[in-house]
Structures are given as C-alpha cells and as structure tokens.
Design a protein around this ligand. Structure first.
Ligand SMILES: Nc1ncnc2c1ncn2[C@@H]1O[C@H](COP(=O)(O)OP(=O)(O)OP(=O)(O)O)[C@@H](O)[C@H]1O
Ligand SMILES: [Mg+2]
Length: 1018
C-alpha cells in the first residue's frame, strides 16, 4: 500500500506541423529542453513562459517516415516516438496494473493537437492503448506461475452529457444511466457492455468495432465528434492462491481516456449568449477543469474545498482517477504553431495545475470467497428492501411533508435504484465465471470480430466509398461497396429500401443512383432537389466517378470514392485525402477561400471559414427541416466594416429572419454555442419529442430578441485637419459587402475651445507648425439618407475619435429615411504631438450607422411559405443583385457572383483540359492517317474515329473560359481602382455599372486601404 499520496504524473508532447501549417510557413512557438517546456510569444516581444513536467516529448521534428510508414527518430535527434512514449507511460501503467493498482491515463489538448495520436495512434504508428494491450497479453502469455488472468474490456463515449456504449449498435434514447454505488460511493454506468477478452487480437477488433459504431452514430446525428470523450476501460484481474491456500483476486481497473478537444470548451464569444447554459457540450470538460483546480487547491493545503465531481458525467466516472484510488497520468498534447499560441498556453496551464493533484492508490486484493460472500449478502439486503421493508413510509421523518404523489415518485425512484444495484450485483457475480462469459460471447457475437482479410480482399476488387470525418480517427471507418450493377442511396423509410441507407439532414428518401458497368461507375442524383457535390461542385446530372473523387450527399455525408479496377486519380489529386482537403475544396468552389500568399490575418480568417462552413450548412438544413424561418450565412468583416478599431478581419455569422428581414451578427463563439443547442433540439426532434415544436422562445436557439443592426460604416478622413482646414461633405455608408446603404453629411472642422470656427487665414503650410499647441475640432453629423425602408424605425450613429475609449452616440431619429441628427461635439487635444499628426495624416473617423429592429409581424404572404422556399427566394434575389462584389452566402444556392463565376471557371477549366486531350487525339488520328500508304487511307474508318473523338458539345468552351478569365480580372482591377480612387463610377468588364464602395468621399488623397470591404479572402 502506498501512503501519503502520490502526485498525478504529467507528460507533454508536441506534434509536427500539419500540412496547413507547413503551407503557410507557421512559426514554431514551443521549445523543449530536458524537463522544461517553453512557450515563446508570437512576435518574440514577451519573455517565453516556462513550465516543467514529469515527461516531455518532443515529437515535432527530427524523424523520418520509414518504408512501413512508422515514424522513427533520426540518429542523434531528441524525437520521441510512439514506442518511447509507451516505454515510459504505458509500461508504467502495466507495471502498476500487475501490482493491483487502478490506473488512469488521460489525454488533454485542443482539437487536432495529437491526443488520439498518442492514445490510439494512426495505422502502423500505434498509440499507448493498443501497445499497452499488446504487451499486457504478451506478459500474460510469458508468465509461468499459477496465476489466472482475466481481462474485460468496455468502451464508451460521453457526448453532450449522455453516455453511449460503443460496443452496442443501438443505445437507449438519452444514453445509459450513470449511478452511484451506495457502498463504495463510486459511480458506474448501468448496463454497460463489458466483454471478456482473451487476446490482443480480440481487444483490437473490439476497438475497431467501437470506433465504427462511434462513426456511424456521429454521422447520423450530424454531430462532429471532437467534442465527445472516449473512455476505454480494461479490468485486469489476477487470481491466485496465497500461502494459506486461500484464493485471492487482485483487481486493477485501467481507464484510458481520450478527451474532447479543449478549445471547444472555451466559451470566448459565447459568454454574451443568453443560451450559454443551454449547451451541455462543455459541461464535462469545464467540470473536469473545476475538479482539477479544486484538487490542486486541496493539495496546496487549502481547507474547505468542495470537489465538484457530481457536476458532470465525465468527472463522476473519473472520480477515482482524480484524487482517488488510482495512479494517474495526464498527457497534454500541444500544437506547435504560433496561430495556436493561446490554446497551447491554456493546455500548459491546465497541465501545470493537474500535476499538483495527489492520489492515494491502494492495491486492490481480496480473498475471492470474501468478495462472493459480500456480494451475496448485499443481494439479500437489496431483495429485502425491494419487498418494501425499507422504502419510505408515512412515518418517515423526511417524508412527513410530502404529498402522496411525491411519495409515490420517490418510491419509484428508489425501486429503480435498487433494481439497478441488483442487476449490477448480478453482473459482478457472473464476472466470477470469466471463462463462461468469454465462451458465451464468442458464440453470441461472432460478428464482433470482423475479418480484416475479407474486407481487404473486397477493397482490392470492388469499387467503394470510404467515409471522411472531421475527426481523423473516424475517417475511413465506414465502407459502402459498389460492385452491384446498381446501387441506390437514400433514407431508410424509402420504398423499396435503398441499398445504402443514410440518415440525417438533407438526405432525400431516394437520393442517388449509382451504376456500375464493368467497373465504370456513374453517379446520378435521383432528382434535382437531391443535394450531391462531387469534388466541391454541385452535381446536376449523371457523372462518371474517378478514383479518389470526393462525394458529399446531403449536408454532411462525405465520402472518398475508391476504384481498384481503374485506380488512376486525376492529376494533382493527393494520395491521402483528408477531411480538411475536402472542406477546402468545397469552400474554394464557392469562392470563399484561395491559395497563394495569404497574410496571417487572412489565414486565420480562412481557417475559421473552413471550420464554420459545415456548421452553417448544418444549421441552415435544421432551420429548413424544423421550419424556423431563419437563414444563416458567414460574413467577413474587414477592419473597415467593423465599428471601433479592430485591426483584424472578423469572421462572423449572420442570422436573418426570413419573414421580417431582421438580422443579427454573431461572433464565432456565440454561433458555435448556438449550434450545439440547435443540434440538441434537432436530436430531440429525431427522437420524436413533440414538445420541441412549441418551445418557448426564450429557450429556442433560433430566436433572438430584436436588436440594433449595423447598417454600414462610412469614413471621414482627417488630413485637412493637419492644415487647419475643415472637411465638409457627404460620405457613403457601405455594408460589409461593400454595398451602398446610404450616406451621411458630416463636417469636421478645426475650431476654438468653445467651438467657434477659426478664420480661414489660420491655415498652416506645414502640419508641424501645430506641434506642441492645443488643438480643438468640431465633429458634426447633420443629416443622412438611408435606402432601405425597413430601417426607418430608428437611426443613430456611433463613432470614436483619437484615442477615445468610449463611443459617442447620436440621438435616435425615428420614422424617416432622411434622419436629421444635428449632432455636434468638440474634441480637444491638449497638445499636438507627432502621434496626433500621424493620426490626422493617416486615419479617419469611422461612423457606424445603426438601424433599430423590432420584432414586427411578418408579411402575411411570406408567412405562408416554408423556410426552404423562403431561402430559395432569398438566394434568387441575391444572385440577381448586380452590385454585389463579394458575398459570403455559404450554401451553394446563395453564392455571390465572384464565387459562382469561380466555380464555373473551375468546371470549365476541367472541361477545357479534356477538350485539349481530345484535340491532341484528333491530331494523332490525322497524323496516323497521313503516315499511312495512300492505298490504306480509307475514309470510312478514318471518319468514324474522328467523329467519335470530335463528338462534343463544348465547341465554344475556349471562348467562354477566356471570357470568364477576363471577368475575374475585371473584378480584380475593380478592386484595385476602388482602393486608389473612391466614390467613382466604374465600368465593369461585362458592361454593368457598379458603384465603387469603400471609405468616405471627398477627403481626398486617402492613404488607408479603404476600398472594397467585400470578402478579403478571395
Ligand atoms: N506525434 C505525432 N506525430 C505525427 N503526427 C501526429 C502526431 N500527433 C498528431 N499527429 C497528427 O496530427 C493530426 C491530429 O491529431 P489527432 O487526431 O491525434 O488530434 P486530436 O487531439 O485527437 O484531435 P481531436 O480533438 O479533433 O480529436 C493527425 O493527422 C495526426 O496524425
Ligand atoms: Mg481525437
């Protein structure tokens, strides 16, 4: 027995850069030296933050991929391989398990930081869990003694505070119950399947089974998995006889936990959301943080600390692992790139706290006979209780004030509790006959052990789809073979039932048909409303699939097509297609992203777009399905288009009421939070919960009280102030897309302290002459014009001047589209400095125009339409709006012009490449014909081959591609013009007249990049 308490051991591990980080030349901000980990500041300005841990694993570089794909250390490098990590951590776990201690190992870190890589591993780079299981059985096999070993295995997932058994295909609604054992005080999962495993191979296939169940469930729920916690539990029993001949059982429970990505738990941006408590999603992870903090405080000697184990399912189940009877190790997985600096710092701080926790592990060894005797006694006690003896009676003190209904409910609950304990006891009794359980299982469940070889041989012969998931661990887990001459895809409730049954959003009963003619696979949507995308582009008719094509059905079933019969992928296709690649392609086809040299700001924005895009699509699909009359789109706010002085492009989500056209702009965090609540709501809908159709609006994630909306911004440049001159004129208000929404008449004039205009003669030749003197200027907003009648409910302007912390706000003017504010204010600068002059020279005052929105009743004609119809209408209007230069409507139908043209261009380019091939082939045929002796130059066969190749519809493709290229160049040129020259009418390439937008007008010689505020990531 180990006394006194032993600290949780903490390891940190830093992964290599991923492709995206490499492409963008990410900066490494993590250093390791011995036990020290240093986190460098992003710009090198601040001192590095230093931490020390029990184990530090440098897995960032210094390795080579061997022929068998195993990553191995280069000679002399400090690279830590999977084996190195196992040698310290996994072996330690095993040693402790053999001694009879409970052990826990959990991996913490942000999404994509390498938790699953360390715990489970990918392909031949096996992680701690499989190696530990492998070595466990090797050790068992080698041992010669008289000890009998019994291993049982279970695997569960905690998702949204519900426990799912991953060894069962079907789980009860709401998940399995978590109960507390009244005797030991520990929590357990009721009715969790625990299988007896007799070899490493058996464990391996159970893990595969669990992963496959998890993948199917995750896709069907439209859920992304990174927020699920996976817990593998291995119970390891050693039964032997002690000196006195008594049979004893040494038990070790090994918990291996792959936690959900931590930044999802971060509520940045969601803090202001009225529904932030509604999303259970972060509960387990944030409770874990609270438990760790409380335990760290306790071990630092703080008194009266309550450890909140009961707050979440995860902390209930990890109670022993944390501050209890367990030897515990935490692996903190670190992302190495500058862009993740803050999340990495969060992880390091978390790890630092965890290492303070003290556990008291004891050897769990007891005589078998005693264990059985106790179980039997307990069973008897429970049975007696069941028959009524100890249930609360009217005389019971605590139930005196209870109504009969309450008493009945309490009685029921207690009955449930007792039943659960009885069945748990029953199970425990059965566990004593492990051999029987093992034999039985093999009989009942042969399918649990799928034959890898059979699967592999099919994959070598038959064309198939392999799934892609946001979580790499869940990619390539589900396969659909397409060997039959016809394969149909659709929902389970279609008649006849389709071959491949998909469920979830935007999947039609009959969705698609796939034909296979001698290995030539053709995919066709069942009707035009069935959403399918191939390689990012919408599919409207039949199409031959090529090896490694990416196919998306509905809004979230993504697959990679494999064709072993013709395994030639189009040039430029990567060998290994991951989720990120497919997502980027989808976004690219809509003109939402671009390759090339992006600035840091643009990269960050692009990453966020790629993250949000699938979520926005999903939420739109739920809105349609539940008929919520709301539409969502991603919006990019350039620095110009935001109020205040934020210097970064902001990626936000706009929710729009499709009935009264009110809109809301949500921060990324708030949107992600809402989406969790929306997923929950949808899950309840799927589960048949009628109540959700009438939920009060306060609980409805699609509802939001009306708030003021930012109509647009306008800039007045200040150069004239440097010369003691005024600026007086009309400035254009443009929205975030660069579209003109109205105008303001403003005046900014130098004045004296009291606001009296200064004489014309007081102008200065050189701004330097103002240095050191006090300076006053008057900001006046006289009136304005707004184009859209729905903004007549109230209009006001907000602005800030030099260094001001607070915004100044005008009055709200109601019931007009030509508001007269007659606002003016004097700004005083005590003494002009170089800074002030630079401000005059380079800056502007940004005026943000706000419109009041009220929860007005919808137009009666509109309210007859469904959300789907309203969205279609909206999208049609959008594409008809000619002044739009770059919008961000994320779902294909609402694309902006540039996005649409880009998509089309992509398609045409591909067609063009094919035509070029045809042309070459025609030339070859002609050449062959010419080279033949004259007598063999037969016209008929020549004509046949030529017409076979030449038969094509794309005769004017070249011209169209050329033209489209020109239009895109036109767009670019337009932007450039706007950057340099404000407020002029510009002719677009195709002859349309477009209002150039951007900063203010009249200031003259603006130096900022005021131009188009349209999507800056193009
Ligand atoms: N030590 C490592 N060596 C090589 N590649 C790694 C390493 N760690 C992680 N990776 C790679 O980084 C990617 C992300 O890792 P992983 O899937 O383990 O992240 P995660 O932390 O489990 O993310 P999530 O929270 O989304 O589940 C994977 O492609 C993985 O192969
Ligand atoms: Mg993972």
């Amino acid at each position: 027995m180990s006394g006194g308490g032993e600290s949780v051991k903490v390891a940190v591990r830093v992964r290599p850069f991923n492709t995206r980080e490499k492409e963008r030349g990410a900066k490494l901000v993590v250093e390791m030296e011995g036990a020290t980990t240093r986190l460098l500041s992003v710009d090198g300005g601040e001192e590095p933050k230093t931490f020390t841990f029990d184990y530090s694993y440098w897995s960032h570089d210094g390795f080579t991929e061997q022929d068998d794909a195993v990553l191995a250390a280069n000679p002399g490098s400090k690279y830590a391989s999977q084996q190195n990590v196992f040698n310290d951590l996994g072996q330690g776990v095993l040693d402790n398990a053999f001694q009879g201690f409970n052990c826990s190992l959990f991996a913490y870190g942000q999404t994509g930081s390498g938790k699953s890589y360390s715990m489970v591993g990918y392909g031949p780079n096996k992680g701690i869990v499989p190696i530990t299981c492998d070595v466990l059985f090797q050790t068992i096999e080698k041992s010669q003694g008289a000890v009998k070993y019994e291993v049982t295995f279970s695997m569960l997932e905690i998702y949204n505070e519900q426990v799912r058994d991953l060894l069962q295909k079907v789980n009860p609604k709401g998940g399995l119950a978590v109960r507390q054992n009244p005797k030991e005080g520990l929590f357990y999962v009721q009715a969790l399947k625990k299988v007896a495993v007799g070899s490493y191979r058996e464990i391996e296939s159970r893990i595969e089974e669990g992963t496959s169940n998890r993948t199917v469930a995750a896709t069907q729920m439209n859920a992304t998995s990174s927020r699920a916690h996976t817990v593998v539990t291995i119970q390891f029993d050693q039964i032997s006889k002690n000196e006195s001949g008594q049979e004893t059982k040494k038990t070790s429970v090994i918990n291996l936990v792959d936690l959900a990505g931590s930044e999802r738990a971060d509520s940045t941006g969601a803090t202001g959301d009225r529904l932030k408590e509604g999303a259970n999603i972060n509960k387990s992870l944030s409770s874990l943080g609270n438990v760790i903090s409380a335990l760290a405080d306790l071990s630092m000697g703080k008194k009266k600390v309550l450890v909140p184990y009961r707050d979440s399912v995860l902390t209930k189940l990890l109670q022993n692992a944390l501050g209890g009877n367990s030897k515990t190790i935490m692996i903190a997985a670190l992302s190495p790139a500058d862009i993740n600096h803050d999340e990495t710092l969060g992880t390091l701080r978390y790890a630092d706290r965890a290492k303070k926790i003290k556990n008291k592990a004891v050897v769990n060894e007891n005589p078998v006979e005693k264990l059985i005797r106790e179980l039997r006694a307990e069973n008897e006690r429970l049975k007696t209780a069941m028959s009524g003896g100890t249930l609360p009676s009217a005389a019971d003190q605590s139930s005196v004030n209870m109504s009969p209904e309450e008493k009945e409910r309490m009685r029921q609950e207690m009955m449930e509790e007792i039943k659960a304990q009885l069945s748990a006891n029953q199970e425990a009794m059965e566990d004593f006959d492990w051999d029987k359980k093992h034999a039985q299982q093999k009989e009942d469940d042969p399918s649990g052990l799928t034959d890898k070889a059979v699967m592999q041989s099919r994959k070598n012969k038959e064309p198939y789809f392999a799934n892609l998931n946001e979580d790499n661990m869940l990619s390539g887990v589900v396969f659909y073979f397409l060997a039959a001459s016809e394969t149909t895809i659709g929902r389970k409730d279609a008649d006849p039932q389709p071959t491949v049954m998909l469920s979830g959003l935007s999947i039609s009963k009959k969705h698609a048909i796939i034909t296979n003619v001698n290995g030539e696979i053709t995919l066709k949507p069942y009707s035009s409303s069935c959403k399918i995308k191939v390689n990012g582009l919408p599919l409207t008719g039949a199409r031959n699939l090529e090896h490694l094509d990416r196919v998306m059905f509905g809004s979230n079933h993504m697959f990679v097509f494999h064709n072993p019969i013709n395994p030639k992928a189009p040039e430029g296709t990567p060998n290994n297609i991951e989720w990120d690649f497919a997502q980027k392609e989808l976004a690219e086809a809509r003109g939402l992203t671009a390759g090339g040299n992006l600035t840091k700001d643009q990269q960050r924005a692009q990453d966020q777009i790629l993250e949000l895009l699938p979520m926005v699509n999903e939420v739109n699909a739920v809105s349609e399905e539940l008929d919520k009359h709301k539409g969502f789109e991603i919006v990019l706010l350039s620095e110009e288009a935001q109020e205040g002085n934020n210097r970064e492009t902001k990626v936000m989500v706009k929710m729009k009421d499709l009935l009264n056209r009110n809109s809301w702009l949500w921060e990324r965090g708030k949107f992600i939070n809402r989406r969790y609540v929306i997923q929950d709501l949808y899950q309840r809908y799927i589960d048949g919960d009628e109540g959700i159709m009438n939920i009060p609006k306060e609980e409805d994630p699609f509802w939001e009280p009306a708030e003021d909306v930012l109509i647009g911004t306008a800039n007045a440049f200040l150069q004239s102030l440097g010369f003691n001159l005024d600026f007086d004129g009309k400035i254009t208000v443009t929205d975030f897309k660069g579209k003109e929404e109205g105008s303001l008449i403003v005046c900014i004039e130098p004045c004296d302290q009291k606001g009296k205009s200064i004489e014309e003669d007081d102008f200065v030749d050189e701004p330097n002459e103002l240095l050191g003197k006090p300076y006053h200027f008057k900001v006046s907003i006289r009136n304005g014009e707004v184009h859209k009648s729905r903004f007549s409910k109230g209009l006001k302007v907000k602005y800030k001047c030099y260094n001001e912390q607070e915004f100044t706000l005008t009055n709200e003017i109601k019931d007009t589209l030509s508001p007269e504010w007659n606002h003016s204010r004097i700004v005083s600068i005590p003494s002009v400095t170089e800074d002030v002059l630079a401000y005059f020279e380079n800056s502007s005052i940004k005026f943000s125009l706000y419109g009041k929105q009220i929860d007005s009743a919808p137009d009666s004609k509109l309210s007859k339409l469904t959300t789907k119809e309203l969205r279609q209408m909206e999208n049609m209007q959008d594409s008809g709006r000619k002044t739009r230069i770059g919008s961000m409507a994320p779902e294909g139908d609402g694309q902006d012009e540039a996005g649409q043209i880009k998509g089309e261009l992509l398609l045409l380019k591909r067609k063009y490449e094919r035509l070029e091939k045809k042309e070459r082939r025609l030339q070859e045929i002609c050449k062959q014909w010419e080279d033949k002796p004259r007598e063999e130059q037969l016209f008929d066969p020549f004509y046949r081959s030529v017409s076979a190749v030449a038969y094509s519809t794309g005769s004017k493709l070249k011209t169209r591609v050329h033209m489209l290229n020109k239009i895109i160049q036109g767009h670019k040129a337009l932007k450039e013009i706007q950057n340099g020259d404000q407020d002029k009418m510009v002719k677009e390439g195709n002859g349309k007249v477009v209002q150039a937008n951007g900063g203010g007008g009249g200031g003259g010689g603006e130096k900022t990049e005021g131009g188009s505020r349209a999507c800056s990531v193009m």
